[in-house]
Design a protein around this ligand. Structure first.
Ligand SMILES: Nc1ncnc2c1ncn2[C@@H]1O[C@H](COP(=O)(O)OP(=O)(O)OP(=O)(O)O)[C@@H](O)[C@H]1O
Ligand SMILES: [Mg+2]
Length: 234
């Protein structure tokens, strides 16, 4: 479905991605793990069309999308939930959700999608009229995920959705991500909560210093001594 090939991205002198290749197959829940500064966000932002690549390929359903605008990539059904939520804080929860459905393909399904979102996040239904900026951190993260669902993603890319959340809330978010995948949404999940992530993922990549150093089925990675030592502290 999505194929990234030998992707190279620089910030001036800094080589943030050094020939990254990765694949996401339809219906998969693929995890991307790696420590701070490894290049995870850079990779998502490049796929989303927010950052240009120096070289390499990004193809979607067999066609190159590298160089497409961020808007065109959204229209292809690739939707990103950015690091740090980025909600419209002066707008209500309901208005934020409607903003997610601005694409014509999503507009037509607004009522149906709202129903699904409130089904997944009953807490948001209760807070529909509340200003997004006044929600708790975990609730704001739910709105960010819900807003992306309103866009009817074919590929949902989540950048550290559990960052800064209390363990119970983080567990809820992972549960939702797994649930969305079971509803048929293909997912690319960035997370530093390696154990949780590998428990729900089907396949995973480890990114270190702009390079993929390890990949395999999530189960395989959970059993890998390098993962146990470096990421699970075992
Ligand atoms: N806009 C930018 N300008 C210059 N350097 C940047 C920029 N954005 C990121 N970098 C650098 O690129 C490298 C990769 O950053 P990136 O944000 O992709 O890492 P990350 O894996 O998402 O890290 P984290 O887990 O901390 O979010 C880092 O060394 C970072 O300092
Ligand atoms: Mg990041």
């Amino acid at each position: 479905m999505l194929a990234v090939n030998d992707l190279e991205v620089h910030y001036q002198e800094l080589r943030a991605l050094r020939g990254v290749s990765l694949e996401v197959t339809q219906a998969d829940l693929v995890a991307l793990i790696g420590s701070n500064g490894a290049g995870k966000t850079t990779l998502l932002n490049t796929i989303s069309g927010l950052i240009p690549a120096v070289k390499g390929q990004v193809s979607w359903r067999g066609n190159s999308i590298l160089g497409f605008s961020a808007d065109a990539i959204c229209q292809e059904g690739i939707i990103q939930v950015p690091e740090g939520r980025k909600l419209f804080s002066k707008m209500t929860v309901g208005e934020n959700l409607e903003m997610g459905a601005y694409l014509p393909t999503a507009r037509a399904y607004i009522a149906e999608n709202l129903q699904m979102v409130f089904d997944i996040f009953p807490r948001l239904a209760e807070r529909r009229k509340q200003l997004a900026g006044s929600l708790s951190g975990g609730e704001q993260q739910m709105v960010a995920v819900a807003r992306a669902i309103m866009a009817r993603p074919q590929l949902l890319m989540l950048d550290e959705p559990s960052l800064g959340l209390a363990p119970v809330m983080a567990a809820d978010i992972f549960q939702v991500v797994e649930d969305l995948n079971q509803r048929g949404i293909t997912i690319l999940l960035i997370s530093q909560e390696v154990l949780h992530t590998l428990t729900i993922a089907t396949y995973a990549y480890v990114l270190e210093n702009g390079k993929v150093t390890l990949d395999g089925t999530a189960q395989h990675l959970l059993d890998d001594p390098r993962i146990k030592e470096s990421y699970l502290g075992l």
